[in-house]
Ligand binder design. Structure first.
Ligand code: HSE
Length: 299
């Protein structure tokens, strides 16, 4: 028995929602072919184009995620996994989450669906933990559930889908420098001043309200992040200027995708996302930094 699955790349944090918000991009993501084995081995084939990624199942995110699911089921079932990586590791677009989510989704289907999609989130989080040291859920949740998601609580885990307007689009630029999630987490401050917290939870609530009511101006105003963005943006060459170019070409708002270095902007409509993507492209071309741009709906 064999199954082919796709799990989307994701934008985590989405402005003010560090570790809690995430959205799924359309058409960009990892593809996995997973089959049942006759023995208890989890075998991961070498990953084409990314030969340095581990194939040892205790180190590979897909292997770790599936193993945590098997442990819960008390199962010895073996799997063979072919990973077709389309999301570049270290891009800030949820590369490890995409592989983890696809792996647990596929294994769950092959085992006759013992878990719901929401119940798969903790297993995929174990995959995340293997790369970044922390089991954050803001990439794996949208990769598994699709759309725009909220991690309302980590203990106990409570994940929720947030309604959003169909015309909400995303423009992304990935300057091709690697930022490790573990590094960009380490530089963050452990404490937040009350006035910062007030502005941040104002923006979090504003973003949810804007999404639910389809109020694009409110979505744009609420993408402000006073806590994480000012610290992390120094790791991304040209960040402030790229953001200003995006806003000047009509983006509702712009911030860092996950832990960076990718930068995302939200727009009303696809045409505006194309315009913003062009602005990103021109800016990084002029700067002489290799980059990729994407435009996407949220799916
Ligand atoms: N919320 C996580 C972080 C996402 O910002 O570190 C990592 O992509």
């Amino acid at each position: 028995k064999k199954i082919k699955v796709f799990a989307p790349a994701t934008v985590a944090n989405v402005g003010p929602g560090f570790d809690i918000f995430g959205l799924a991009l359309e058409g960009i993501g990892d593809e996995l072919e997973v089959s049942l084995r006759d023995d208890s081995q989890i075998k991961i084939l070498p990953i084409e184009g990314y030969e340095d990624l581990p194939t040892d199942p205790s180190l590979n995110v897909a292997g770790v995620a599936i193993q945590s699911m098997l442990d819960e089921l008390d199962s010895q079932q073996g799997f063979e996994i072919v990973i077709k990586k389309r999301v570049m590791p270290g891009s800030g677009l949820g590369s490890s989450a995409s592989s983890s989510a696809a792996a647990v989704y596929a294994a769950n289907e092959l085992l006759g669906r013992p878990f719901s999609k929401k119940e798969l989130v903790p297993f995929a989080m174990e995959g995340e933990k293997a790369t970044s040291g922390k089991a954050h859920a803001d990439n794996v949740t949208p990769s598994l559930l699709g759309g725009f998601t909220l991690v309302r609580s980590y203990t106990p885990l409570d994940v929720v889908s947030i309604p959003f307007p169909a015309e909400l689009y995303v423009a992304v630029v990935h300057p091709q420098i690697e930022v490790k999630t573990s590094d960009s987490k380490r530089i963050l401050k452990r404490e937040v001043a009350l006035d910062m917290a007030i502005s941040q939870w104002g923006n979090v609530a504003g973003l949810v309200t804007g999404l639910a009511c389809g109020d694009f101006d409110l979505i744009g105003r609420s993408l402000e992040d006073r806590i994480v963005e000012p610290i992390r943006s120094v790791l991304i060459p040209g960040y402030e200027d790229a953001k200003q170019h995006a806003l000047a070409s009509g983006a509702l708002g712009c911030s860092i995708s996950g832990s960076g270095p990718s930068i995302f902007a939200l727009t009303e409509g696809k045409a505006m996302a194309e315009k913003v993507a062009q602005a990103f492209d021109k800016y990084y071309t002029d700067l002489g930094i290799e980059h990729k741009v994407y435009i996407s709906g949220i799916n």
